[in-house]
Design a protein around this ligand. Structure first.
Ligand code: ATP
Length: 328
């Protein structure tokens, strides 16, 4: 039988994403509701090793549901990858009287939690916090909805200037390994072409599409390029390539960069974070461990972390088809 849990730690790890604060708030308030103690850890696994803890109560998380980033700071920590680092972290948790933790982060943070559980039989629960939406076992990760709305808003603005000057814009968005942001924001913003890591459409197709677009009388075009697209060219090289082969186009590049990670979370991300926070604490109190909280068909589900970190969520084939049809 699992030991009784009296104190839960919560922290954020890896890349930050909008909605992390709402998730921290939810974990802290659920602990208060359940009348168990809660402690926050600053700077992820690094703070765990350093003993950078703070006791939390329901009032410690006032006025953060609307804030982007993470009040607990995030960090990458090489030391935690070593058995010595994890042992030091375990000793700090024991010293603090922590019985279980909730980690809000991505695949790497979950892999670390899993290893930690294997070594110390310590109960762990994961909440997927990343704008990339690439974690198996959930239709949405925290921050994805905010990020695609940020991208759509930026592209709407770029479109205004693009159409005033009959220009073609290449807009680079985040997504080294997966194209969820590019595909969703691209369809939402009415992009001409969407280049994602999962598909190599080839440069010929891009030129054909742009030629067709010009012929059909479109005054401007937006091409979304995920960071990890497979054309073998970055956005600036794509600009040069198109200008060389289609001199009719006046091409500009916009790299959206880290603005995609920031900003106030959307209502969707706040609600999702609140739900996931409650579920994570409830699951730990039910004696569960090594799960990630996810959402599917608007129902919260638990997926073993070992499954969640196995692969990236594939892009939606139906959405690719919709995108193809919309660009005719
Ligand atoms: P993002 O999706 O933004 O990259 P992430 O959680 O995947 O977020 P990582 O940098 O991969 O971010 O991992 C965060 C931290 O988790 C690492 O700095 C390290 O401390 C820990 N970690 C990652 N992988 C492992 C592992 N295999 N074993 C132990 N710890 C790990």
């Amino acid at each position: 039988m699992a030991n009784k849990i009296n104190k839960i730690a919560v922290f954020t790890s890896g890349g930050d994403s909008p909605g992390m604060n709402a998730a921290i708030r939810s974990v802290v308030r659920t602990c208060a509701y359940m009348k168990i103690e809660c402690v926050a850890i600053y700077r992820g696994y690094q703070g765990m090793i350093d003993g950078d803890f703070k006791e939390m109560n329901a009032r410690s998380v006032n006025n953060i549901i609307n804030k982007g980033g993470t009040i607990l700071k995030s960090a990458r920590c090489e030391e935690f990858r070593t058995p010595e680092g994890r042992k030091a972290a375990y000793e700090q948790l024991r010293k603090e009287g922590v019985d279980a933790f909730v980690v809000i982060g991505g695949n790497g943070s979950f892999a670390g939690a899993l290893k930690f559980n294997e070594e110390f039989n310590f109960p762990v629960m994961g909440i997927p916090g990343t704008i990339d939406n690439d974690i198996l076992g959930t239709s949405y990760t925290l921050g994805f909805d905010t990020a695609i709305n940020t991208v759509v808003e930026a592209i709407d603005k770029i479109r205004d200037t693009a159409s005033s000057h009959n220009r073609l814009f290449f807009v680079e968005v985040m997504g080294r390994d997966v194209g969820h942001i590019a595909l969703n924001a691209g369809v939402g913003a009415g992009a001409e072409e969407i280049l994602i890591p999962e598909q190599n459409l080839g440069l010929e197709r891009l030129l054909d599409s742009l030629k067709r677009s010009k012929k059909s009388g479109k005054s401007s075009s937006i091409v979304i390029v995920a960071e990890g697209d497979k054309t073998g060219k970055n956005v600036f090289e794509l600009k040069d390539y198109v200008e060389t082969h289609l001199p009719i186009y006046d091409v500009r590049v916009s790299v959206l960069g880290h603005m995609q990670r920031g900003g106030n979370p959307t209502c969707f991300d706040r609600v999702l974070a609140s739900r996931m926070g409650v579920k994570s604490v409830e699951a730990l109190l039910e004696g569960k461990s090594n799960y990630m909280v996810g959402i599917r068909d608007n129902k919260l589900i638990l997926t073993p972390i070992a499954e969640a970190i196995k692969a990236h969520t594939p892009v939606d084939e139906e959405l690719i088809r919709v995108s193809d049809i919309m660009t005719t």
